[in-house]
Design a protein around this ligand. Structure first.
Ligand SMILES: C[S@@+](CC[C@H](N)C(=O)[O-])C[C@H]1O[C@@H](n2cnc3c(N)ncnc32)[C@H](O)[C@@H]1O
Length: 356
C-alpha cells in the first residue's frame, strides 16, 4: 500500500473508532436517562468552540502518530492494532455490566468488591471502583472489559495517546547507544493490560521489557496479549509502584501511562521517587497522563465533568498538581512537557553521576 493510501486507511480506521465511541456513549446515556432518571448529574455543557478545539487536538494527535510511524519510530502496522477478538467477545458484556454500574451509582457504593476477592493486601486508595468498574481492578472480567471501556471513553484514541510516549522513550535511550540493544532494560509501571508494552516491543524489538502492576488480573491479561507477539516475553511482576522490586539504577528507561491521576498526592510523590531510584543515571522517565488545568484551561469544564461522571476520587487534585516540582524533588532534571489531545507527557532525566 502506498503511503497516501495507508494514511487514508489509518484516518478511516480512527474515524470508525471515534464514531463507535460516540454512538455507544449516546445510546448508553439515553438508556440511563430512561431507566435511571434519578442518576442524571449536573455536568457542564461544552461550548462549540471547546468542542472544535478538542477536534483539532485529536486531529493533531493522529497526525503526529502517523508521522512517527512513517519516520520509523514504530511500524505503521501497529497503527491498526486493535483487540478484535476481545471486542466481539466482550462488547456485549460491556452493556450487561452497565446495569451493575448504574445500580452501584444508585446505591452510592464506590468501594464494592465481591466477597471472593482478597482485598486485605491492597492499599485503601486502590480499593475503589475506578470508573465505577465492577470489582475495580481486581477481577478478570474487569481486565477483559478495560481496553474496550477506555477506547469508548477516548473515542478510539487511547492507543495513539499511549504511543506518544514512544518517541521520547527512544530519544532518551540514545545516550546508551554503546549498549547492545538486547541489554537495554525498560520498565512500564502500572502496565495494566499491557498495551503500552506491546507498542514498546514493536519500537524496541530487542530490548528486555518489564511490567509491573498491582492487579494480578490485569497482569494475567497483559501476559495473554504479550505472549502472542514475537520477541522475548516481557517479565511481568505484581508490585505496588510505591515499592518496586528492583535494584537501584537498573533500568535504562521507565514509562508510566494513565497511573498518576488515580493516586493520592503523597503516593504520587513516592511512586516518582521509586521510578527515580530504579532508573540508571542518564536514563529517561516518561509519564503519560491526563491534561491539567495549567496547560489546558480552555478544557476546564471537561476536566470538571470527568470525576462527576466517573468515579475518580483523586483526579480533581491531580489536575492542579505540579508534577514537574515532584519530579525535581525526586532528583530528575531536564524535564519537558507536551500535550496531545487530552493527555500530558512529562519527559524527565536522571542526572549522570559526577566523576569522582
Ligand atoms: C488507568 S489504568 C492504566 C493502565 C495502563 N497503563 C494503560 O495504559 O491502560 C491504572 C493502572 O494502574 C494500576 N495501579 C494503580 N495504583 C497502583 C499502584 N500503587 N501500584 C501499581 N499499580 C497500580 C491499576 O491496577 C491499573 O492497571
Amino acid at each position: 500500500m502506498s503511503d497516501t493510501l495507508t494514511k487514508l486507511a489509518y484516518q478511516g480506521f480512527q474515524q470508525g473508532k471515534s464514531i463507535f465511541g460516540l454512538t455507544h456513549k449516546n445510546l448508553s446515556s439515553n438508556l440511563k436517562k430512561l431507566l435511571y432518571p434519578e442518576l442524571e448529574k449536573q455536568v457542564k455543557t461544552l461550548a462549540p468552540a471547546v468542542l472544535q478545539k478538542l477536534q483539532e487536538r485529536m486531529e493533531r494527535l493522529l497526525e503526529v502518530d502517523w508521522q512517527d510511524a512513517e519516520q520509523g519510530v514504530y511500524p505503521t502496522s501497529i497503527l491498526f492494532d486493535n483487540p478484535w477478538e476481545d471486542f466481539f467477545l466482550y462488547y456485549p458484556v460491556v452493556w450487561i455490566d452497565l446495569f451493575q454500574i448504574w445500580e452501584r451509582l444508585k446505591n452510592k457504593k464506590y468501594q464494592e468488591f465481591s466477597p471472593d476477592i482478597e482485598t486485605e493486601k491492597y492499599p485503601k486508595y486502590y480499593l475503589q471502583n475506578f470508573h465505577y468498574q465492577t470489582n475495580g481492578y481486581l477481577s478478570d472480567l474487569s481486565a477483559n472489559l478495560y481496553d474496550l471501556q477506555v477506547e469508548i471513553l477516548f473515542n478510539g484514541t487511547a492507543d495513539p495517546m499511549r504511543r506518544r510516549s514512544l518517541a521520547p522513550l527512544i530519544n532518551g535511550l540514545k545516550i546508551f547507544s554503546d549498549t547492545p540493544p538486547y541489554q537495554i532494560r525498560v520498565l512500564d509501571v502500572a502496565c495494566g493490560t499491557g498495551r503500552t508494552l506491546k507498542f514498546i516491543r514493536y519500537a524496541l524489538p530487542k530490548a528486555s521489557l518489564f511490567g509491573t502492576d498491582m492487579s494480578p488480573a490485569y497482569l494475567r491479561k497483559a501476559n495473554q496479549l504479550l505472549s502472542q507477539i514475537p520477541g522475548e516475553l516481557p517479565q511481568l511482576t505484581q508490585a505496588n509502584a510505591e515499592n518496586l522490586p528492583y535494584l537501584d539504577n537498573y533500568f535504562h528507561a521507565v514509562t508510566s501511562v494513565f497511573l498518576f491521576h488515580e493516586l493520592p498526592a503523597p503516593v504520587r510523590q513516592r511512586v516518582i521517587e521509586e521510578c527515580f531510584r530504579v532508573t540508571k543515571p542518564g536514563g529517561v522517565f516518561v509519564i503519560c497522563d491526563s491534561m491539567q488545568m495549567d496547560d489546558s484551561p480552555e478544557f476546564m469544564p471537561l476536566m470538571e465533568n470527568f470525576p462527576v461522571l466517573f468515579h475518580e476520587p483523586f483526579y480533581r487534585h491531580y489536575t492542579t498538581d505540579n508534577l514537574q516540582e515532584r519530579l525535581e524533588k525526586a532528583g530528575f532534571v531536564n524535564i519537558t512537557t507536551e500535550v496531545y489531545f487530552v493527555s500530558k507527557y512529562w519527559v524527565a532525566h536522571k542526572p549522570l553521576e559526577k566523576e569522582g
